[in-house]
Design a protein around this ligand. Sequence first.
Ligand code: BES
Ligand code: ZN
Length: 468
Amino acid sequence: MKLPELSPAFKKAQSFISSREAEFRERLFEFLRFPSVSSDSRRRGDVARCAEWVRKRMREAGLKVELVPTEGHPIVYGERPGRPGGPALLVYGHYDVQPADPSKEPWRQDPFEPVVESGSVVARGASDDKGQVLALLCGIRAALEAGLGEDLHLKVLIEGEEEVGSQSLMPFVSREKERLRAEAVVIADSTQFAAGLPAITYGLRGILCLEIIVRGPKKDLHSGSYGGAVANPAMVLARMVAACHAPFGKVAIPGFYDKVRPLDDQEREEIRKLPFSDREFQEEVGAPKLWGEEGYSVLERRWARPTFEVNGLVSGHTGEGMKTVLPAEARAKISMRLVPDQDPEEIGRLASEYIQSLAPASAAVEVKLHHGARPVLVRCDTGAVRAAMEAIAVGFGREPVFVREGGSIPVVNTFKEALGTDSILIGLGLPDDGAHGPNEKFSLDDFRRGMVTMAALIEKLGKTGEGH
Ligand code: BES
Ligand code: ZN
């Protein structure tokens, strides 16, 4: 693709972005200082203050904004009307973040006190999703200052519960579907395929989270006095969890694969053509050897095959040294990634039944179902996607590749079902940004490219009314 000509108004937006570089960076730092961890009830006030801050930035961008309280965390919604009968663009993102718990590799600094290292800002939420959200908001501000896309109705929806399943957002979208109606939805909550190789994501896996709780004796016991005569809940749990995997990297839950749509040859060929090296991937993750479902490539395993993963395992003595104890309880936090056409509710049922069937008489097993989200595939052959490709070419200097991703964004399916609109997932982050892990980062160059891309997209959608 030839790089498109830039209009004088667009150049004005670009120089607005360049002239405000220091200010936007300072804003990003402010945003990252809120510990807006949606899963942590002690952070409720911080999450609310972060929502208030987002509202101010949206106002500053030129939108009329409201803060919508929910049973969970507030939704921030803003609009800028365009020409009557003009096209509408809905922009979505989230201001909540994952916990910043210490893990094997600890943070080099306070996760909520951002620092710049080698051109990237390091903090929890830098890439997922605060940096990406703020890039879009700054891009909108620049576009509106420069008078771009005046025909376009702009609608911006930033929520605070994405990382916990978007449970309050779903009813909001269904309730407000007239107001939210749009020809296109744009989301920046994914990654480029590689540094300098931007991507549009056309598929996301779904998810179903559950917890297994195994209860044995009424309290922790001396493992010498009682061991051998009382079943150990940690052992019971370990056997049950292990029985959820089958040979050849498969999941053992009966019926788990029944609705899985096989990959067609053409898509497999497209995936094969992407520049990807197993060796570099192994280096990136640092595992001794790669592992996965037999008969599928690494990208196919991550994007288009379902999984059963342990996210957390707790039982007995986890502190320093040894303690000879027979624990009263053991817990596992599990998530399963789902692919079209698996249904989270059905998978939850199948998984619970199977896990219960594994329970021995010597322990009580509870399966607690948590949130879920459907997998999605979106169309790539629309005018809005073409406009996004061109906008990315302006922002990143090259055309995007089309990819699927293994992560989940629950509301993408809701937008499709309630509004009838497919989302365009523009990834501003990098695959090694470390989302959900320690020392999460976001490149300041990508921050700026994201702003330019957003401004370019507004111009393209506003001028042509493409996307219908
Ligand atoms: N940004 C991610 C989703 C994502 C991850 C997209 C990787 C593309 C590549 C999002 O914020 C996220 O992490 N979602 C959760 C949702 C879940 C908790 C319901 C996820 O996928 O674990
Ligand atoms: Zn995210």
